[in-house]
Ligand binder design. Structure first.
Ligand code: ATP
Ligand code: TZE
Ligand code: MG
Length: 262
């Protein structure tokens, strides 16, 4: 059994999140429920210091400004120097030229370890045709090929989420079938997943594809369990139950309920 949840709950890795204003509270609570230790910090005066002592750094451009991107690059470079894995979520890439070019800037200047987005966002970064409306993106076509192409292009692990999640470093490919459509009815689940992937990367640095796959599987199973508990009620109750499931799920539950293919 892979015991990554146990490792996270024993070591409470510090996860430095530079994320968006919509999901800040949800991300912090989700990471606490998992067992990680979130810190949100943005100022140029401190981001390099924090990023270099963190277990992982999350860069999420959801409510970006050019100044914030400058600070993300500063933090990312400090993380790289200290060997801290950088996880990036290019929220809304493809929706505007600004989001696409700022995402590419980060990927160019920072050594990103794991890139996590929906298919539309990832497609827009490798110039594949995509449909991105605001922060909701989709694309037709082969998601496995898209993920592999992005992984090879940016030399990193790529996580493309959706009904089926694909995780690859360009050669190893995992597909994860766990998850529930209600995860798309609560704002910021994709963004929280970025933080969860960062937490797993903090304890699983030596095998980031595996860490990302385990994070996505755990997250999907929590969504399934939360749906079973709240399907008669609705998505307000689902959001609360989802946090509870992030808190209570064990490595054994994940092993029993995983629907993954390698
Ligand atoms: N149709 C679906 N069925 C099951 N699970 C899904 C479905 N769509 C998304 N998910 C799950 O929802 C989570 C978020 O993925 P999604 O692709 O919606 O991210 P996102 O578009 O970046 O979200 P957001 O921008 O709202 O934060 C993932 O765990 C994914 O597996
Ligand atoms: C709704 C929304 N707008 C910018 S970021 C964000 C959170 C989900 O991606
Ligand atoms: Mg998103």
């Amino acid at each position: 059994m892979i015991n990554m949840l146990e490792q996270i709950r024993e070591t409470n890795p510090l996860v430095h999140c530079m994320t968006n204003v919509v999901v800040t509270n949800f991300t912090a609570n989700g990471l606490l429920a998992l067992g990680a230790s979130p810190v949100m910090a943005y100022a140029k005066e401190e981001v390099a210091d924090l990023a270099s002592i963190a277990g992982a750094l999350l860069l999420n451009i959801g409510t970006l400004s050019s100044e914030q991107i400058d600070n993300m690059v500063l933090a990312g470079k400090a993380a790289n120097k200290a060997g801290v894995p950088v996880i990036m979520d290019p929220v809304g890439a493809g929706a505007t030229t600004f989001r696409t070019s700022m995402s590419k800037r980060i990927l160019d200047e920072v050594d990103v370890a794991i890139l996590r987005g929906n298919a539309g966002e990832i497609a827009s970064l490798v110039d594949v045709e995509a449909n991105v409306k605001g922060v909701d993106g989709s694309m037709e076509g082969d998601k496995i090929e898209l993920a592999k192409q992005a992984a090879l292009h940016f030399s990193c692990t790529v996580v493309v989420t959706g009904e089926v999640d694909v995780i690859t470093d360009g050669s190893i490919v995992h597909t994860v079938y766990n998850g529930h459509p209600w995860l798309t009815k609560v704002v910021g689940t994709g963004c929280l997943l970025g933080g969860v992937v960062a937490s797993f990367a903090a304890v699983g640095r030596e095998d980031l594809v595996n860490a990302a796959k385990e994070a996505v599987t755990y997250f999907g199973i929590a969504g399934e369990k939360a749906y079973e508990k709240t399907k008669e009620k609705g998505i307000g109750s689902f959001q609360e139950a989802f946090l509870n499931c992030l808190f209570t799920l064990t490595d054994q539950d994940v092993d029993e309920l995983r629907r993954t293919e390698a």
